[in-house]
Design a protein around this ligand. Structure first.
Ligand SMILES: Nc1ncnc2c1ncn2[C@@H]1O[C@H](COP(=O)(O)OP(=O)(O)OP(=O)(O)O)[C@@H](O)[C@H]1O
Length: 309
């Protein structure tokens, strides 16, 4: 699979502030990429550089194999953008607004295209003015606008942060429904949103992409998975802890927790063999997967440790 976007060794400072030190990543065509970082990490700056709205100090960016140049860039013909605070003409209906955008960008067969976009984002082609829209409806209209020119790459800056849970849910479903039709790059600091729909995740911290991989691989590399056993009583829990001593094991009350990296099946069979040998029958055994939030903390913790070393 080829990469729709490549960002190579990009650096950016504002005055004496080094925002991006060496950002390097690519996005395979057709995937949904969650771009994660704390406030001020440089997500918006990176996206603006991909759109040619900001000039990198060093490094190169390509979209669809073409280099992005600062200013009027050809690559924006295949890129759609939903800014963090999209601005609309409130007195227009969504169809009127999309018609205006389509005229400005010279889109053919406007009527069919607008009807298709409104249908895709679940907005009615009626006389309701944007003024009365909820934030969620405005975000969906923003997506319709960003998709108007049938882009190959859709960039969304913090698209869910201003939405309530129901609006977020709807919006994430809409983004997920675009999978396969358009490659999506969206930034957020809501990690559960990334976990729900992304194929790949990039974690931006300290001016670098500290991790960039599929969720499965991030779990493998950084996730500290746990297996939680419940025993009949405290004494059995202590015996269980001793039986499992070669593993990273803790006991508290009747609960014994084993923390492991890597393969669940291999670890659980090791546990079961040790329990059988010690003649211990647990009341329950449960697998607990790390959340992306735990992985994020692990990644930025590793970055700090490397920095301090
Ligand atoms: N035009 C500018 N001039 C000076 N500093 C800037 C400019 N644009 C961004 N910055 C600074 O660069 C840093 C990164 O900002 P950026 O908006 O890219 O971060 P972000 O990860 O998108 O954060 P947020 O989640 O808060 O939007 C911030 O410290 C910001 O103040």
């Amino acid at each position: 699979m080829d990469d729709i976007l490549t960002v190579q060794h990009v650096q950016k400072s504002f005055g004496s502030k080094h925002v991006l030190q060496d950002v390097d990543f690519s996005i395979p065509t057709g995937s949904i990429f969650g771009f994660v970082g704390e406030n001020g990490a440089g997500k918006t700056t990176t996206m603006r550089m991909i759109l040619g709205l900001e000039k990198p100090d060093k490094g190169t960016i390509t979209v669809g194999g073409e280099p992005v140049t600062f200013g009027a860039t050809k690559t924006n013909r295949i890129t759609g953008y939903l800014p963090d605070v999209p601005a609309f003409y409130d007195y227009m209906t969504p169809a009127e607004y999309l018609d205006l955008c389509a005229r400005i960008t010279g889109i053919d067969q406007r009527r069919q295209r607008i009807a298709k976009m409104l249908d895709l984002v679940g907005l009615k082609p009626d006389k309701h003015r944007i003024r009365g829209f909820s934030r969620g409806m405005k975000q969906r209209l923003g997506i319709a606008q960003a998709l108007l020119n049938e882009p190959r790459l859709l960039i969304c800056d913090e698209p869910t942060s201003a939405l309530d849970p129901a609006g977020r849910n709807e919006f994430l479903e809409l983004l997920a429904s675009l999978r396969g039709q358009v490659t999506v790059l969206f930034s957020t600091h809501i990690l559960s949103d990334v976990e729900r729909i992304s194929d790949r995740v990039g974690i931006l911290h300290d001016g670098r992409l500290q991790a960039c991989d599929t969720l499965v691989n991030l779990h493998k590399q950084f996730g500290r998975s746990q297996i939680v056993l419940t025993l009949a009583d405290g004494a059995t829990a202590q015996r269980c802890r001793q039986a499992l001593a070669p593993l990273a094991v803790q006991a508290q009350g009747t609960i014994v927790t084993v923390t492991y990296h890597g393969d669940y099946a291999a670890t659980v069979s090791q546990i079961l063999r040790a329990l059988v040998a010690a003649n211990i029958a647990p009341v329950s055994l449960q697998q607990e997967n790390p959340t992306l939030e735990q992985i994020f903390l692990e990644v930025i913790g590793d970055a700090h440790a490397a920095h301090d070393a």
